[in-house]
Design a protein around this ligand. Structure first.
Ligand SMILES: Cc1ncc(COP(=O)(O)O)c(C=O)c1O
Length: 520
């Protein structure tokens, strides 16, 4: 066993890991990385197929980000944001605001402009959980101060995951992650999420395609959502906020929303006066792609046309939609947003971002909000309206320098072209998996994919979680030089944006062979 592995086994307690299993074998010890490839202490190479738990964007050892951090390091690594401003964090804030208010054409839904307030203030923190914790506190207190709610309560999606701090867990709905802490948590309400593959309202028989594409339903998920808002209002106080992961729920098992769901769901929430709290921790910084690839029936078919068993969604009137066909915008690869919400023209009141913010280099996060919410915390010193919250490394200069370099790369035409190429390449390669009877659903949104493994695709019968089907397939993939982590029976493929065509093919080959050898 490598001496570094021995040290790990002796001292380290790993996150989300059954340590008894961990202690039984030699762990992979990563010592270096370049591009999409990681190298371990024995010199073995692996493709980083989940981008180091969804953080890495442009590859490891990326020269532009390396140089930006080194340049910043020669000036200063960190000074406090409590009482002091700093250079890269100020410049970064302006860039984040610009990206979050992207005024281009929404890509998945309608070509009218994004609707909602302008995000104009940035509160920095350290990771996804803290960014969500900040969003929660700001929503809670601003709702009280504005007089909208006396006891603010939040509506969240089934199987939501927003992080591991107590507030973030309270907003989460994955039983396995929250039941132990129930005594520490506050109550939040749960509403069904649009999980087309296993939705009780989807009457379609399984096909060899993304369930969003062949589903037959009457958008009962949206009716259910609306009923929840109405019922809450009848209880005397509207929901303070609607919390959601836009376009795709990650830790829930990569559950994508059919085109149009997000826009309509957030319209309902707005009609009921709830703040929109978007968790872009996984989806931000280009992860949800260009919006150019199909992810089910086109938006016009889904939203505005009768037929295919799908009724038209009610129009809201305010935006003045034209005829369906003219609304399918032609999206140029240079014209797509960095945040998932904006693909459907949704502008939230609070937007949390982390993970890819520094390109996967350093722990840094941000919560963006509106002037209205910011205003609720303004007052004379003696009024103590201050937002009493902050972390030692808030607005850290090294993180901000990395994040600025990340944003610069994302803006280049080359990066945009590469992302569009990889997204389409991924779709084409993943299609090979349909020939495996243990593949029930392949769902892709941009550069995120979940492959749901089942006992038999015709019956959709799931593997018992205790069988560790997903885990065993991923272990077999590691032996074939591809690293990723499953979520239960769902194998996640989320490659760095620099992944080459042949690397993408190797990822899918490894998955294909592993499913056959482990479950075949
Ligand atoms: C949607 C979402 N929100 C929040 C978090 C928590 O982020 P972190 O692990 O950086 O605290 C995660 C982590 O996976 C996430 O996927």
């Amino acid at each position: 066993m490598h001496p570094l592995a021995r040290l790990d086994l002796r001292y380290i307690w790993h996150p989300f890991t059954q340590m008894r299993d961990w202690l039984r074998r030699e762990p992979i010890v990563i010592v270096s990385g370049r591009g999409a490839v990681l190298r371990d202490a024995h010199g073995r190479r692996y493709i980083d197929a989940n981008s180091s738990i969804w953080t890495n964007l442009h590859g490891h050892n990326q020269p532009i980000i390396n140089a930006a951090i080194q340049k910043q390091l020669k000036r200063i690594a960190h000074s406090s944001a409590l009482g002091l401003a700093n250079e890269p964090a100020s410049i970064l804030a302006e860039k984040l605001i610009a990206a979050a208010n992207f005024t281009g054409v929404p890509t998945r839904n309608r070509p009218d402009k994004a609707v909602g307030p302008r995000l104009c203030r940035v509160f920095y923190s350290d990771d996804g959980s803290t960014a969500m914790e900040v969003a929660l506190k700001l929503a809670f207190e601003s709702s009280r101060r504005s007089g909208r709610c006396r006891k603010p309560r939040f509506l969240t999606l089934a199987c939501a995951y927003h992080g591991d701090t107590i507030g973030a867990v309270s907003l989460g709905q994955i039983h396995l992650f929250r039941h132990t802490w129930e005594g520490l948590l506050f109550k939040s309400d749960e509403v069904m999420a649009p999980y087309c593959y296993r939705c009780r309202y989807n009457v379609a028989k399984p096909e060899r395609a993304d369930a969003r594409a062949y589903r037959k339903c009457r958008w009962e998920c949206l009716e259910t959502l609306e009923r929840r808002f109405v019922a809450q209002k009848k209880r005397g106080e509207p929901y303070a906020g609607f919390v959601f992961e836009p376009l795709i729920q990650g830790a829930a098992g990569m559950i994508p929303q059919p085109a149009g769901w997000l826009r309509r769901a957030t319209e309902i929430a707005r009609q009921h006066n709830a703040l929109l709290i978007a968790d872009e921790v996984m989806t931000g910084f280009g992860r949800t792609g260009s919006g150019t690839a199909p992810d089910g029936p086109g938006p016009a078919a889904l939203l505005f046309a009768e037929g295919n068993g799908v009724p038209a969604l009610p129009r809201t009137g305010a935006q003045g939609h034209g005829p369906a066909d003219s609304r399918d915008a032609v999206v140029q690869p240079t014209d797509f947003p960095l945040f998932a919400c904006l693909h459907e023209g949704v502008k939230p009141d609070l937007m949390a971002m982390a993970k890819g913010m520094t390109g996967g280099y350093l722990p840094m996060a941000a919560t963006l909000t509106t002037e209205d919410i910011f205003g609720e915390f303004l007052g004379e010193y003696s009024e103590f309206k201050t937002f009493f919250h902050g972390h030692s490394y808030t607005a850290n200069q090294l993180g901000a320098a990395a994040a600025l370099a990340n944003m610069d790369i994302l803006e280049t035409p080359r990066s945009k072209r590469d992302r569009v190429r990889l997204e389409h390449e991924m779709r084409a390669q993943l299609a090979r998996l349909w020939e495996l009877p243990q593949v029930g659903d392949i769902r892709q949104v941009g550069l995120i994919a979940g492959i749901e493994l089942v006992k038999n695709w015709r019956t959709k019968e799931p593997f018992d979680l205790r069988d560790r089907a997903g885990m065993r397939v991923c272990e077999a993939m590691a032996h074939r030089g591809v690293l990723t982590r499953p979520i239960g029976n769902v194998v996640v493929i989320m490659p760095p944006y620099c992944t080459t065509t042949s690397q993408m093919a190797r990822i899918v080959d490894a998955l294909h062979q592993s499913v056959r050898s482990v479950l075949g």
